[in-house]
Structures are given as structure tokens and as C-alpha cells.
Design a protein around this ligand. Structure first.
Ligand code: HEC
Ligand code: HEC
Length: 246
């Protein structure tokens, strides 16, 4: 009996869920991440499904993220969506007078005070690299980026980019371009250039709903040349030294 018990205890510890450092990237995703994140797709097809989503979809991570960013963020996660994934629970889209961009557009604000710092699973370096390898394999949306290319000749200054994002297309009513400056609906855009592949940004900004059919971001009918300028701007902006501790 004693011998059987010992065997049972050893068997539990060497099973994949308890393998600790021995877990592969795919196993970590299954064991520690899949309870919150969708790793299989498709994206929510109805509004009801959308509001049940409490964590961003990761099933097209390989089409979306920059590898270096993933490795670093998984070891030190910080908030990306200033009002959380379910932003409608936390924002007020008819804000008081003083919440305005330079051009006078209003942006949505948080109800009450700013959300607490993000609490998220943290991985060590080896785990972060293994998980990143596994995530970068997930590329079901290759079709959406296959013919998309960044035109690096369409350069803009930070000021010119801000005019596009604020005045021309109104992106800033939903997105921040500095910590605390801009709306609270979408993901912050001041680290987007470090976080996201240029082809993903070009494709997503052009037709957000081809990635996420029920997402609130409208198709802004951005002109092709402006689309290139906006993405070049976001890459330039992400080189600024922002405090990433929000
Ligand atoms: C308790 C739920 C939960 C678990 C478990 C969890 N996450 Fe998350 N994760 C979140 C939430 C919520 C966010 C959104 C954070 C934000 O936008 O500020 C997030 C964001 C992310 C992002 C950025 C996604 C994007 O589109 O911006 C990545 C990558 C990620 N998680 C990977 C992982 C990995 C890998 C694991 C497992 C080791 C994991 N998460 C476990 C809830 C979770
Ligand atoms: C009505 C609000 C709204 C407006 C206006 C808007 N967006 Fe968005 N945007 C969103 C939401 C919501 C998301 C999805 C965030 C998420 O994945 O949780 C998003 C996602 C994005 C993403 C992908 C971010 C990521 O981490 O996956 C980019 C890039 C982006 N928006 C850029 C823009 C640009 C550029 C404009 C202007 C042309 C714009 N947005 C206008 C709400 C908006």
C-alpha cells in the first residue's frame, strides 16, 4: 500500500500539469492561459459573445505581435487597454467639457478613478521564450496580411502624425497616444509600434472587422497614403520613452 502511494505521488508530479520547467510552450498555453484566452478562434460573431470575452484573443498571435515585445511583456506585463477588455463597463463616452484633444475633439473617459495596475500571469525568461515560439506559430489570418506591406517612404513627423490621428480621423477619441492622453476605449497606441507587426496594423486599421467582426472600432475609410503615414507614425511614436508602469 505504502509503495502504491509513493508511486501515485510521483506520478502526479511528473504529469505534464506539474512538470514546471519541463512544460513546453504549448503546454503552458493550455494549462495556464487557455482559461482566459481563446487560442482556437474564431473571434466573437455576435455582440453577446463579444461582451463575454474577458481577455484578448490570442489565436492569431503569430499574425499580430512582434516577437521581441511578446518575450519582454510576458515577463513584465503592463496594462494595454486603459479601461480593460470590457471597456463599456468602465467608460463614459459623453465626457465632461475639459476632456478634449488639441483639435477640440472630445474623448471618452473612465467612470470614477483609473483602473488598478494590471494583474497578469508572469513567466520567467525560458517560459516566455517557449510560449512566444508557440504563439508565433498561430497564423490563421495569413490571408489578411499576405498582400500588405509597409511603405517606409511615407514618413511623417510626430506632429504630422498627431494631426492625422486626432483631427483628420478622430482615432484619439478612443485611443491614447501618451499615457492618459486620449480616449479609453481601445488599446493604447503609444507602444503599438513595438507591440504589433506593421502589416497587422495596416490591415486592422483599414478594416477592423475583418479581424474582429463585432469590434466597436469603425472603418474610418482611411486613404491608402494616410494609412501608411499613420503606421509609420505609430512606429516612430513607440520609440519615445514612455513610462511603461501604468
Ligand atoms: C485570468 C485571466 C488571464 C490569464 C490566466 C492569462 N491572461 Fe493574458 N491577458 C488577460 C487580460 C485581461 C489581458 C488584457 C490586458 C490589457 O489589455 O491591459 C491579457 C493580455 C495578454 C496579452 C496581450 C494581448 C493583446 O492582444 O494585447 C498576451 C500576449 C497574453 N495576455 C498572454 C497570456 C499568456 C501567455 C498567459 C498564460 C501564461 C496568459 N495571458 C494568461 C487575462 C489573462
Ligand atoms: C470608436 C472607438 C475607436 C475609434 C474611433 C478608433 N478605434 Fe482603433 N480600436 C478600437 C477598439 C475597441 C479596438 C480593439 C481593442 C482590443 O483589441 O481590445 C481598436 C483596435 C485598434 C488597433 C489594434 C490594437 C491592438 O492592440 O490590437 C489599432 C492599431 C487601432 N485600433 C488604430 C486606430 C486608428 C489608427 C484609428 C483612427 C483611424 C482608430 N483606431 C479609431 C476603438 C476605436
Amino acid at each position: 500500500m505504502k509503495r502504491f502511494l509513493l508511486f501515485a505521488v510521483v506520478a502526479v508530479f511528473i504529469s505534464p500539469a506539474f512538470a514546471g520547467a519541463g512544460e513546453s510552450g504549448t503546454e503552458i498555453l493550455k494549462n495556464r492561459c487557455a482559461s482566459c484566452h481563446d487560442l482556437k478562434g474564431p473571434a466573437p460573431q455576435t455582440i453577446r459573445q463579444l461582451w463575454k470575452r474577458d481577455a484578448p484573443d490570442l489565436f492569431y498571435a503569430g499574425n499580430k505581435f512582434r516577437r521581441e515585445w511578446l518575450v519582454a511583456w510576458l515577463q513584465k506585463p503592463v496594462r494595454i487597454r486603459p479601461a480593460g477588455v470590457n471597456y463599456l463597463r468602465n467608460i463614459n463616452s459623453t465626457p465632461p467639457e475639459n476632456q478634449k484633444t488639441k483639435s477640440g475633439r472630445k474623448f471618452d473617459v473612465l467612470y470614477g478613478k483609473v483602473l488598478k495596475p494590471l494583474k497578469h500571469a508572469t513567466l520567467n525568461k525560458a517560459e516566455a521564450m517557449a510560449v512566444t515560439d508557440a504563439l508565433m506559430e498561430l497564423k490563421p489570418h495569413y490571408d489578411l496580411v499576405a498582400n500588405v506591406k509597409l511603405d517606409t517612404t511615407k514618413k511623417v513627423t510626430l506632429d504630422q502624425g498627431e494631426v492625422l490621428i486626432d483631427k483628420v480621423y478622430g482615432c484619439q477619441s478612443c485611443h491614447q497616444i501618451e499615457p492618459g492622453y486620449g480616449g479609453y476605449t481601445g488599446a493604447e497606441l503609444y507602444t503599438a509600434g513595438r507591440r504589433l507587426q506593421p502589416e497587422y496594423m495596416l490591415s486592422y486599421i483599414k478594416r477592423p472587422r475583418s479581424w474582429d467582426p463585432k469590434i466597436w472600432m469603425p472603418n474610418g475609410h482611411v486613404k491608402p497614403a494616410d494609412l501608411q503615414k499613420i503606421v509609420n507614425y505609430l512606429i516612430l511614436l513607440s520609440k519615445e520613452d514612455f513610462d511603461a508602469s501604468n
